[in-house]
Design a protein. Structure first.
Length: 276
């Protein structure tokens, strides 16, 4: 019963965010990437390290009135090696822009800013130094949860599904928590708390999946067969009318921003007018 109530609550929250998309910051990840690039360029000057230090999240200085540090720490690059930085920023932009397109502007804003706020509050209370590394990791985990079979080229050669990279990052993440001392060891967990808040149901289902897979799979397959037998198709694009029966190799997805989660083919999932 609690799980059902939570699901209903989250659906209402999603609808609220979708109805108020106009209040979000569009292309938020692009602005963050540009900020990272500018700080990197500033770091290449004679006073580079001094300039970068003004962007760092330092609790003592924030409490003395340097409140801009509450936000500017997200603009510090993850690395100062040029090639590594270009690859990292491109990857972050790919992930961030995809999540924004999939969720909607405001929901993505709330997800990222929740991580920023939790990180800032914990760092001030504990005195632990904050960085944007784990905030970006929360984006990566969200992307891997939504697109587990998305492939990237490891070392530009080896095709790897992103879910396996997520497993590796999760192992490194846990190992890092064990190595650090309190209160620094809890900072990573706080920084990605937004991931657990957004994907609570999926995470629970993942760990319970093996226990209920057989029963649920049989029930689901029976429903799919009955639906396809009655309608002649399972998925039908709202825009062009293509079905999975006529185009078995085409991918069909459902838009969370449309009323009643309208179905679209791969040609129109990102190219349609949302149904209010």
């Amino acid at each position: 019963m609690r799980a059902i109530e939570r699901s209903i609550s989250l659906n209402r929250f999603d609808r609220f965010l979708n109805r108020n998309n106009r209040y979000g910051i569009k292309n938020l990840m692009l602005y963050i990437i540009i900020g990272n690039a500018l700080v990197f360029l500033l770091s290449q000057t004679d006073r580079g390290l001094t300039i970068v230090s003004y962007f760092m999240f330092i609790p003592e200085l924030i409490l003395r009135g340097q409140i801009w540090r509450l936000i500017t720490f997200v603009f510090i690059p993850p690395t100062f090696n040029f090639l590594s930085l270009v690859l990292s920023l491109y990857f972050y932009y790919l992930i961030g822009s995809t999540l924004e397109r999939e969720w909607g502007v405001l929901k993505f804003n709330v997800y990222y800013l929740t991580g920023v706020i939790l990180t800032a509050v914990y760092s001030i209370l504990s005195g632990a130094a904050a960085s944007s590394f784990y905030l970006n990791l929360s984006l990566f985990f969200a992307f891997a949860m939504m697109f587990p079979d998305f492939q990237v080229l490891l070392f530009f050669i080896i095709p790897v599904k992103i879910k396996y990279l997520a497993y590796l990052d999760a192992a490194v993440f846990l190992f890092g928590m064990l190595l650090n001392r309190f209160p620094e060891n809890l900072l990573p967990l706080i920084a990605i708390a937004n991931f657990f808040l957004y994907f609570y149901g999926d995470i629970i289902s993942f760990f319970r999946g093996r226990r209920f897979t057989a029963k649920n799979t049989v029930s689901f397959k029976n429903k799919v067969r009955r639906m396809k037998r009655e309608r002649g198709y399972l998925h039908r694009c709202t825009t062009c009318g293509k079905t999975d029966t006529d185009y078995p190799d085409m991918e069909f997805r459902y838009c969370s921003l449309c009323r009643n989660y309208a179905c679209y083919c791969e040609e129109h999932i990102f190219d349609h007018t949302h149904i209010e």
